[in-house]
Design a protein around this ligand. Structure first.
Ligand code: SAM
Length: 159
């Protein structure tokens, strides 16, 4: 099973579209924990995701408890990307079927999500700076997870 990128209650359509395009291009599964702050018909969302959105199956979960029920059945680990993480992303040992979850631009994730995560990773930043753009953080951590698990699409198939 490939890696999954899960978007927790996304609130900025351009960022969500960018992350889903990333999933489509890299062969990563995508999940959204609802509610999102915009409909899938949102113009900015569709512009950022372009036609790549049609190349991707998105697992939608109506709530975090619903997502957790689904995850319990699947047995996959939840790796939370958070500025309050315990381990730098390069120091975490990823599994090929990990679920990487990003928080909302406005508020990250609630304590219950922090508590439910099997691991919390952060991308180290210079002191005094608050956070990365969520899509940039997702790309950096996904890149490391794909590198570790040899999960990038084959270069031979890329050209
Ligand atoms: C703009 S940040 C959220 C900031 C929010 N005020 C908070 O307290 O979490 C949106 C999301 O991007 C991801 N993120 C941003 N910078 C990160 C970093 N340095 N390391 C890991 N994740 C990061 C996290 O998933 C975060 O929930």
């Amino acid at each position: 099973m490939p890696l999954t990128l899960a978007l927790f209650q996304p609130d900025i359509p351009q960022n969500a579209g960018t992350m889903l395009r990333l999933c489509a291009c890299l062969g990563v599964k995508a999940a959204i924990v609802e509610p999102a702050a915009f409909p899938v018909s949102d113009r900015a969302f569709r512009r950022a995701g372009m036609d790549y959105l049609d190349r991707l199956a998105i697992d939608r979960h109506v709530s975090f408890p619903a997502f957790e029920a689904w995850r319990a059945a699947s047995g996959q680990r939840l790796v939370l990307l958070t500025t309050k993480g315990a381990v730098p992303h390069t120091g975490h040992v990823f599994r090929p079927d990990d679920i990487l979850m990003v928080g909302r631009e406005s508020a990250g994730v609630p304590d219950a999500v922090h508590a439910a995560a099997d691991a919390r990773v952060f991308v180290p930043m210079r002191p005094g700076l608050r956070s990365l753009n969520v899509a940039v953080a997702a790309a950096m951590v996904l890149g490391e997870a794909l590198r570790q698990t040899d999960g990038f699409p084959s270069p031979a198939e890329s050209s």
